[in-house]
Every structure is written in C-alpha cells, then in structure tokens.
Write a protein that binds this ligand. Structure first.
Ligand code: ADP
Ligand code: MG
Length: 683
C-alpha cells in the first residue's frame, strides 16, 4: 500500500535530488530554497541556444557554438600553469580543448580518443588554431548538448550546468496532481493543468511570457491559496461560540452626546458593525481600517464602553507608551466616573504594577491600557471580553491568529490600522478578518496644503515657520534616511537641529535613532504640552499620537519616501481645525515621474486613493505595511499586473464560502503553497 501522496515529492528535501551534493544543497538553503517545490520558482533569466551544430571550418570566433568532434590526442604537460590539452577534429578541421585545473582521468572520461563527442562553448582562436577552454557542455549523447540551455542568476555559486541538470530532473519527475480548481475557473486558463504550467514556465521559449495561460494560472494558484487560507482562518475563528454581550446603547449615546463633535457617518456605521459583532454569539475578529485622523479611537473606545457595560473587561494595546497614555487620558475624560480605568506603564512602580495585576484578576479594573506588555503571561484577567489593538500593521497573519487563540473564548478582537492600502492587498494581507472601513474624514478637517520647495530656498521656509510660531503653532521637521548608514542620517539631523536652534533658541528638540525610549517620551510629552515649537526627527514620528497644536510638517529629501508614507507623515498635522501645511523639500529639480507623484499627493487627501496610485507607480513591494505584514512575497503574482486574478480569486472564495463547499480538494494546493504553518490545524 502506497500512502505517499503524489505531491510529497515536491515537498521533499533537496537531498532527495540525484547528483546534488551537500555543498549545493547548502548553497540553495542559504537562498531559502529548502524543498523541490521552492526550486520551481527559480526561473531562468535567459537561455543559450546550443541546438544547432557547426563544422569546425565554419566556426565563428567569440560565439557560443556546438560541434561534434572526435578526440585524437592528449597532451598533459604536468608543468605548473600549463593547461592540459586534447586535440580533436571533424572532417573539416581541428580544435584544441583546453583544460585548466581538470584531472587527466576526468578529461579522458569525457573526451575518449576515437569516440564521437558533442561539445558546446565559446570558441576562441589561439596560435592559428580554434580552441575551446574548460568546456562544460560535453556528451557522447549529442541530444543532451544540442538544446536550449537556460541561464540562471548565479549569485549563489551554483553553475548553470548544475541548475539545468537539477531543473531537468525536477521537471521530468513532476507528479500528476488532481486538479484543485473548478471547471469554470480552469476554463479561464484554457484548461492548462498545474503540471503543464510548471513545465511551460521553465521552457526557454517562455521566459517573460507573463500573459500566457500557464503563467496566469500559476499566479492565480498563488493568490487563491493565500485567500483560501485567510478565509479558512476567518471561518474558523467565527465558528468559536462566545457569550453574547448585552448592553444598552442609550449609555453609549450619552457619551456621544457629550463629545465636542458629532460622529461621522462612517464612524457610526463602523461602530454599528462592531456592536453587532459584540452582541452576536460568534467571536469577533475585525479590522477597523481608516486613514490617519479619520477618528478610529473614539469608535474603539465606545465599543470598549459597551463591552464594559455588559460586565466584561477590556484591554487596549498601543504600539508605544505615549499613545497608550493618550488613549487612557481620553477614556478618563469621556467615560463615567464609576468605570475603573488603568494604565500599565513601564514607569509604574513595582508596587503599583502588583496592585494593578491583583485588581485585574479580581475584576476590579474595567479597562486597561498599555503596550504589548499587556500580553505577558503573568497578566491575567478575570473576564476579558474585548482586546483592542491600535496601529497593528506590524502584525502578520500568524501573530494575529495566535493573538486570537490566546484571547480566550469570550474575548472579541478589534484591530486598528491607519495604513490604507490598495484593495488587492487588503484581501491578501487582511483577508483573515472582517473589515470595517472609515473612508470619510471628520468634516471640520481642512485638507493639509501641500507644497514642494527646493532645499536652496530654505530661507523661505524659515520665514514661513516664524509666522506660524508667531501664531502659536508647532512644527514637525522630518529628516529622513539619506544613506542606509545610520551615522550619516544622524549627523544630518543633528546639523539641522543645530541650525534651527540658532534661529529659534530654546524652541527646538531632536529625536533620532539613538534617543532612549524615556528621553523620547519626555520630549514628545513636552511637545504635546506646547513647551517648545519645533520637533526635528529622523525616524517617523510615532503613528497615531494626536498633536492637535502642530499644523506644519516639513519633510526633507521628500523623494526618499513613497507616496503612502508621505501621506501618513502629512497626517501628523491637520488634526485640529487650523489651516495646516506640509512642505516637501527636494535637493534638486524634480524628474517628471517625481512631479507626477507629488501632484497626486497635492490633489488627493484620500489615503486609499493615494496608495492605489503609489502602487501603480512603484510596485507593490514598496507599499507601506506590506513588507512588515509578514506575508511572504508572491513568487509570480503581482497585485498590479494581475489585478483581475485577485478579483477572480475573491469571487471564487465567496462562492466557496456561500456554497459551503468542501475544501479538502484544495489540500495539495494549500500544502504546497507554503502556508503549512498556518494551515496545519485547518486542512
Ligand atoms: P486615527 O483614526 O488616526 O486614530 P484619531 O482617532 O486619533 O484618528 O482622531 C484624530 C482626531 O480627530 C482626534 O483629535 C479626535 O478627537 C478627532 N475626531 C474624531 N472624530 C471626530 C469627528 N467626528 N469630528 C471631529 N473630530 C473628530
Ligand atoms: Mg489612531
């Protein structure tokens, strides 16, 4: 009985390949190629056509050619630096095969006297004779040489010949795998099977044929498997039954009525979505996505309030202490006095911490704010009903799933991110969650006026700042990474702050990579309290902190940032109801492409729109949040070029969900496509 599944071959270790030694295996492993399946995505860059053979008299010098010859005579001088030679001929002439550093035994084996051998390589002419040095394509079987041979990028120290040999072997042994796609889907790719597609992918003639059915199918496989895993995680989490939360929205509305603004429609809509989840008996696993400044915090606090009103505890986790504190203070301000609110801070004393821990477990704290420290083992809740995680774009799918597992049976999960990304990427990165989106910004917001300025015109900028400071406003000054080296980055920011300090004595502070966390918090707090006017920083100013009094941001070397990043930075200002500005500084005149990008930024204030445009201009790899998301980069699929495939996959997933289709036929797909870590307990 053979219980080996046909796709096991693909998942097996490289050592199972014939003729591949430990050295090659290790070189490949260094390139993160661990299985035969991984090797399938090592694609040829180009090919060399060795299929046509010539006669010696017709050889062209300095070109790669193939000839069939008969070795005549060995010459092994056994003198250092003198190469071994084999005189060969065909009926039209003679050629010397020259070997440096090859053993006589090896030479005799590959070029036996009197036997016909086919050989291919770059032909040289030396001392009146044709010559081929260190030939690598040699065989008595001419069909092995007379082929189109793929060229691979060889940075990893493995020769072309080895790659060709390995790939030929793999392609020959590709297993037949039962088709996982439906007939309808398969028809869209002209019914080309997975195996056939992989074969075609490696054929020299097909290099770069991204539009062909085989390529599209394989790209689709990748997208679809990602979505399918996401969908399974989502289904699995939603299946978890929990105690329904019961609360009276009257109390929530009392809080809303006391705010000094009214909620936007999108805030109301998303709050309803979350409340519905809280009241259902399925666990919530939801992402609240909204541009910077769209007002996510209040939505999350109101849902926290409802959770508390149904007799549960809430934990709110922020990426930094200062942001945790800001949320904490807001809760203190808007929640009724009878609600127990705490902040767990690195600065809390031991005694204070101990006290907080013991009150948490006794259910004497209703809501606690903090950083990731909230998820230490020793922190135990009595009745945790909701976890809110702010600015979570650094979390990958795996981390999120772990979090949800850890949260406990009755605990809903709400994640928030201010990183608008294109729709195709949303499905890819956040497809495991339900999504609530705030698109609309509070209508008291005036769009941030965006200007570009040459660095040589810095005097104008200084004049402008003086005016703003005079009006009581505060300024962010961002000096981005100039070189990869932190040192240079650092000195340029130091220089800039020295320069500004001369003009604005006692009004300038600097934050850079080496500022300690405590120092940083101190400076940010001072800035928050308007105790100085200009904050110079190298690193991106903490996402999410609200500085209502800052209304100008200067971004030096702005071309170093992607549009989405610039938009995020710009979102640091313009949160109050003042007129605010963003000045993008450039070292030299802008290229046409750069001008195009900047004009998008000037014209639009919608992070989602900007991210779509940014992706079109720069490719998806650079989109903010994508790299940090932890999802593996696609091997073939590209959210820009394969937009239609993403849409197709989304539709198909919906259909499968609606029809409650059995997904066991997708098992090989899921296993192969690298998501085994997530999928283990699913498939
Ligand atoms: P983000 O979505 O980036 O987390 P915040 O929740 O920090 O945004 O909100 C940014 C600012 O907008 C805060 O000062 C908040 O008080 C204010 N705000 C939130 N909702 C509204 C609204 N509907 N109208 C006016 N201002 C609002
Ligand atoms: Mg926020």
């Amino acid at each position: 009985m053979n219980i080996k599944r046909n796709y096991d071959y693909l998942l097996s270790d490289l050592s199972s390949l014939k003729g591949v030694g430990i050295k090659t295996t290790n070189l490949l492993k260094r390139k993160k190629i661990n299985s035969i399946f991984d090797l399938l995505w090592k694609l040829p860059k180009s090919y060399t056509d060795r299929s046509l053979s010539s006669k010696i008299e017709d050889l062209k010098i300095d070109e790669v050619q193939t000839i069939t010859i008969i070795p005549q005579k060995y010459s092994f001088p056994r003198v250092r630096n003198l190469p071994n030679r084999v005189l060969c001929k065909d009926e039209t002439g003679e050629i010397d095969c020259v070997f440096f550093n090859s053993y006589e035994g090896y030479i005799k084996k590959i070029l036996p006297i009197g036997k016909e051998v086919t050989i291919s390589g770059k032909i040289k002419y030396f001392r009146n004779k044709y010559q081929l040095t260190n030939p690598r394509y040699i065989s008595e079987d001419s069909s092995i040489v007379k082929q189109k041979h793929n060229n691979y990028s060889l940075t990893d120290g493995i020769t072309e010949k080895i790659y060709n040999k390995i790939m030929l072997q793999i392609i020959k042994n590709l297993p037949d795998i039962d088709e996982w796609h439906s007939k309808e889907i398969l028809k869209k790719f002209n019914n080309v099977s997975w195996k056939e597609s992989i074969k075609k992918l490696h054929e020299p003639e097909n290099i770069g044929k991204f539009k062909e059915d085989f390529y599209q199918r394989l790209a689709y496989d990748e997208i679809f498997s990602t979505f399918l895993v996401n969908s399974e995680i989502r289904k699995k989490i939603k299946k978890i039954k929990k105690t329904r939360k019961k609360f009276d929205t009257k109390k929530q509305n009392e809080i809303i009525s006391k705010l000094d603004f009214s909620l936007t429609d999108d805030q109301n809509k998303t709050l309803d979505e979350i409340n519905k989840d809280l009241c259902s008996d399925n666990k919530m696993f939801r992402l609240l996505q909204g541009d910077v400044g769209s007002g996510k915090t209040i939505v999350s606090l109101l849902s926290a309030f409802n959770t508390i009103n149904s007799d549960f505890q809430v934990a709110v986790m922020a990426p930094t202490e200062i942001l945790a504190r800001q949320h904490f203070l807001l809760a203190k301000k808007i929640f009724p006095k009878n609600i127990e609110i705490e902040l767990l801070s690195g600065k809390s004393t031991y005694k204070n911490k101990k006290d907080i821990l013991s009150r948490l477990i006794k259910n004497k704290i209703d809501i606690i704010f903090g950083t990731h420290a909230l998820f230490q083992k020793k922190i135990q809740f009595n009745k945790l009903g909701l976890i809110i995680i702010d600015e979570q774009h650094k979390f990958g799918v795996n981390q999120r799933k772990k979090l949800s597992d850890k949260a406990g049976k009755d605990c809903d999960v709400l994640l928030m991110t201010a990183t608008p990304i294109p729709r195709t990427l949303t499905m890819t990165i956040y497809g495991d969650m339900d999504l609530s989106i705030i698109r609309e910004k509070p209508n008291n917001r005036k769009p941030v006026k965006t200007y570009s300025k040459l660095e040589s015109k810095i005097e104008d900028v200084i004049k402008f700042i003086k005016k703003e400071i005079h009006l009581g406003n505060q300024i962010f000054w961002v000096c981005p990474l100039i070189e990869e080296s932190k040192k240079i980055d650092h000195t340029s920011a130091v220089k800039k702050s020295e320069y500004l300090k001369k003009i604005f004595p006692n009004q300038v502070y600097l934050l850079h990579g080496k500022t300690t966390i405590e120092e940083k918090e101190k400076i940010l707090n001072k800035f928050l309290k308007n105790e100085f006017k200009i904050l110079v920083s190298t690193t991106i100013i903490e996402v999410g902190i609200d500085f209502p009094n800052a209304n100008v941001i200067i971004i030096e070397n702005a071309n170093k940032f992607g549009l989405s990043q610039l938009h995020q930075l710009r979102g640091r200002v313009g949160r109050g109801n003042k007129e605010s500005s963003c000045i993008l500084m450039f070292k030299s005149n802008l290229s046409d492409n750069a001008k195009k990008r900047i004009s998008i930024l000037k014209e639009s204030n919608d992070g989602f729109e900007i991210s779509e445009e940014d992706m079109k201009l720069r490719g998806y790899g650079d989109i903010l949040g994508f790299k940090q998301s932890g999802i593996k980069n696609f091997k073939l699929a590209d959210p820009i070029h394969n937009h239609n495939l993403f849409i197709l996959a989304e539709k198909e997933i919906k259909r499968i969900e609606n029809d409650r289709e059995d997904i066991s036929k997708f098992k090989p797909l899921i296993k192969l496509y690298d998501r085994a870590d997530i999928i283990n307990d699913i498939a």
